[in-house]
Design a binder for this molecule. Structure first.
Ligand code: NAD
Ligand code: DAU
Length: 334
């Protein structure tokens, strides 16, 4: 199989490419990545001689059409992915997440290439903290932020290209990922690298918000199941029953550093902050037989802490600029 992976220099895409060359050595991988602030070519260094890398934009229709014409399938990870950035400047989210997806859809339509679209549980909005229910494939879309609205828009384009043009596409909506190679702007790597630098972790607002954590390798094994055996036109939710509130995640990270459980700061809350996400992944489990491998969050988190300790060269160049951006956006200790 010849596979085009967009966003393969980002967090989940890079882990997907690593997993693919390891578990499916017969697959020829081409990565298309714009190398925005979030893309890091060095994430692919250990496997650089086993893949082709193309530096370019998914919204570049001519480039995309040429690349898609030479493959059997596309897995589309590339996106602007950070909610806080979408509040500061929504435009890149509209351009990459909506126009970029349009450009890929037109190319897979023309060349009749199988397409898998990576999306997020945030398209469903949020749940109340005391609501016992979870998102399913039937939950109505109700996005809150410019980021999640742009992802919801891109999902709708995919559904329309399936129905109107017969594109052979599947969609997956996954919950919050953790693991190696995640940018230090995101919650878990930010707190780990703060602690390495002797800075207290920073919780937005109350810290009672809940996210449903999944190890990135489990997300990517599910993507492979869907790509190989998923039903065309279907949406699959991916989640590993990893619900935790933000405060308890910070306390587990503090524990890994041998620090007291109250050694953190509350800072300015995110505007429109979603309260709780929770995934019901029954369809994926029953129809495709997928199960996650990382059932113990504490163990997976400890391994992630160790990865950031061992790979300071990878994250250090982004750390100061990331913290400066948070300060410039007005983040203050409460
Ligand atoms: P990321 O920000 O770490 O990586 C995004 C990658 O896309 C970067 O390498 C960047 O250079 C590239 N990119 C951005 N704009 C581009 C463009 N116009 N053309 C080509 N490449 C471009 O993101 P991530 O966390 O790895 O997320 C990957 C995908 O998974 C996204 O679609 C995101 O919505 C989705 N997702 C993420 C999570 C999560 O927890 N991180 C959960 C569910 C779904
Ligand atoms: O649910 C899937 C989504 O998960 C993906 O679609 C997004 O691409 C991904 O970024 C993630 O979105 P979140 O907004 O949930 O992730 P983030 O890491 O930014 O924040 C996780 C939680 O932690 C959220 O409730 C905000 C909070 N937070 C975040 C930061 C950076 C803090 O309390 N302190 C922080 O410093």
């Amino acid at each position: 199989m010849r596979l085009l992976v967009t966003g393969g220099a980002g967090f989940i895409g890079a882990n997907f490419v690593h997993q693919t060359v390891t578990t499916r050595p017969g697959v020829q991988v081409t990565v298309l990545d714009k190398l925005t602030y979030a893309g890091n070519r060095s994430s692919l260094d250990p496997i650089a001689d086993r893949i082709e890398f193309v530096h370019g934009d998914i919204a570049d229709a001519a480039l995309v059409e040429r690349l898609v014409g030479g493959v059997d399938a596309v897995v589309h990870f590339a996106a602007e992915s950070h909610n806080d950035n979408s509040l500061a400047d929504p435009w890149p989210f509209v351009q990459t997440n909506i126009v970029g997806t349009y450009s890929l859809l037109q190319a897979v339509r023309k060349h009749q290439v199988r397409y898998h679209h990576i999306s997020t549980d945030e398209v469903y909005g949020d749940l109340e903290l005391d609501d016992p229910s979870a998102f399913t494939e039937a939950t109505p879309y109700n996005p809150s932020s410019p980021y999640s609205a742009s992802k919801a828009s891109s999902d709708m384009l995919v559904r329309a290209w399936v129905r109107s043009f017969g594109v052979r596409a599947t969609i997956s909506n996954c919950s919050n990922n953790y693991g190696p190679y995640q940018h230090v702007e995101k919650f878990i790597p930010r707190q780990i690298t703060n602690l390495i630098d002797g800075v207290r972790p920073r919780l937005y607002g109350s810290g009672h918000q809940v996210r449903d954590w999944i190890h990135v390798d489990d997300h990517n094994s599910a993507v492979w199941e869907i790509l190989e055996r998923g039903r065309i036109g279907r949406t699959y939710l991916i989640g590993a029953q990893g619900e935790r509130d933000n405060k308890s995640v910070v306390q587990l990270i503090l524990e890994a550093f041998g620090r007291p459980a109250d050694d953190f700061d509350h800072v300015t809350d995110r505007p429109g902050h979603d309260l709780r996400y929770a995934i019901d992944s029954s369809l994926l489990r029953t129809e495709l037989g997928w199960t996650p491998r990382y059932s113990d969050f504490r163990t997976g988190l400890a391994a992630t802490v160790q990865w950031y300790r061992d790979n300071e060269n990878w994250w250090r160049p982004q750390k100061a600029a990331t913290e400066n951006a948070y300060a410039a956006a007005g983040e203050k200790v409460l």
